[in-house]
Design a protein around this ligand. Structure first.
Ligand code: ZN
Ligand code: ZN
Length: 428
């Protein structure tokens, strides 16, 4: 019979790699907490209209990449392709902004897009991100950039540069859009098929095209940065000066637009300085019109999102050491048949404090040590007749007898000694 396999574009995260996920997740949670963002977990599917209305019905995501299906009652549902729409929906539904100037939320979890699977790109992938909803102030744009920067930095992913741009607002974007359309029409024979279509419906998205043939036209296209209205210019200026004062390295990107329609004013990406063309680790921006588009009152917001597969792949390719804090495991084995019955109570006692494994079968010492080593043990406890206990350090091979009353103290001392030796080895 043919065996089942992962569905194309999905991936099991197994022991051996899940540790890196735990490590990244822990950094995300720690930094989010310091910045005062609270976690929200929204459902993995929503009504299809939520996404078509928020992301934009002529974006690639909505046009070709969503997992959309009717449920048994014929309602159209979609597996979430990104996080912001769901968070905005939840914010409005639960009136989360009541009595607060700004609501700061973060999320982390799987998203789904029907894309061509490639290295580091999956159809079920994982993102984390923030949404700060309720304030138009540039402070929150800067804070959004800062919290993302801090997470990447804490994960050892430097040197980093923020690429900053602005997509204007309804006050200045329309005039620029028609200017851009005019420019693109004049150079339309250089554009790829996709862009010829986009040019009419959504010319800004042409600037996001990665197709090489479009590169020339994009490079000399007029920049929205030169056509911002006064309030948009002032807003961008404030983001810039705050970043400067905060010591976050950034550069202005004159053609930066993001793949979603809901952005206004600030857009940004954070790039690793040594990765070449594919150096973006994530990005985001402001979406002052989004909540209104979803039927809410006018409510500004700003956020970012980042792909976890991407960050983990980059960390691996840069050979960044992610110390998952692997603690020395304790392995308990009997050396006499009469001691076999004592293994379980002892293992249970040790597991109240430490990671411990035990076996009931009596084997010769060589076999015990081989199995302990394969299990990743740092400390082996050998149980003899009449409650005799021997503790063995795997790294040095030292062993001593210990009384069961002082077992925890002895183990604690050994763990400290092993950790000290490991950190010495790392430093040398
Ligand atoms: Zn193109
Ligand atoms: Zn403007």
């Amino acid at each position: 019979m043919e065996r089942f396999r992962e569905v194309r574009g999905t991936k099991d995260l197994r022991p051996g790699e899940i540790e890196r996920w735990h490590y990244l997740e822990k950094i995300v949670r720690t930094v989010m907490d310091r910045y005062g963002y609270l976690e929200i977990r929204t459902p993995m599917f929503e009504s299809t209209e939520l996404f078509s209305r928020s992301i934009g019905s002529d974006t690639d995501i909505v046009q070709k990449e969503m997992y959309t299906f009717p449920d048994r009652k014929g309602r159209s549902l979609t597996l979430r392709p990104e996080g912001t729409a769901s968070v905005a929906r939840s914010y409005l539904q639960h009136n989360m902004g009541r009595g607060k100037a700004v609501t700061k939320l973060y999320y982390m979890g799987p998203m789904f897009r029907y894309e061509r699977p490639q290295k580091g790109r999956f159809r079920q992938f994982h993102q984390f991100g923030t949404e700060a909803i309720g304030s138009p102030a540039a402070w929150y744009d800067t804070e959004t950039i800062s919290v993302f920067y801090e997470i990447l930095d804490a994960a050892g992913l430097g040197p980093l540069t923020v690429r900053l741009g602005s997509v204007g607002d309804p006050g200045c974007r329309p005039a620029y859009t028609s200017l851009l359309k005019e420019y693109l029409r004049a150079r339309s024979d250089e554009l790829c098929g996709n862009c010829k279509e986009r040019m009419e419906k959504n010319p800004l998205r042409v600037l996001d095209c990665k197709n090489r043939s479009c590169g020339g036209a994009i490079e000399s296209a007029p920049s929205l940065l030169d056509h911002l209205c006064e309030p948009c210019t002032a807003h961008l200026g404030e983001v810039r000066s705050t970043l400067e004062k905060g010591g976050i390295p950034f550069e202005l990107d004159r053609s930066l637009v993001r793949g979603l329609d809901y952005y206004s004013r600030t857009v940004f990406e954070i790039h690793h300085d040594e990765l070449g063309a594919q150096s973006a680790l994530g990005g985001g921006g402001r979406y002052d019109g989004l909540l209104e588009d979803l039927g809410g009152p006018p409510t500004p917001g700003v956020g970012f999102s980042a792909g976890m597969e991407r960050i983990i792949t980059v960390a691996e390719s840069l050979e960044i050491e992610w110390d998952g804090g692997d603690e020395p495991m304790i392995y308990v084995a009997p050396v006499e048949e009469t001691a076999a019955g004592d293994v379980f109570p002892l293992v249970r006692r040790l597991r109240r404090r430490w990671k411990t494994e035990g076996v009931r079968e009596v084997r010769n010492l060589k076999t015990v040590l081989k199995r302990a080593s394969r299990a990743g043990a740092g400390i082996v406890l050998l149980l003899g007749a009449g409650g005799a206990l021997t503790v063995k350090r795997m790294d040095t091979g030292d062993e001593t007898g210990v009384s069961v009353d002082h077992l925890e103290e002895e183990v604690e001392d050994l763990r400290k000694a092993i950790a000290a030796r490991r950190s010495e080895e790392r430093d040398s």
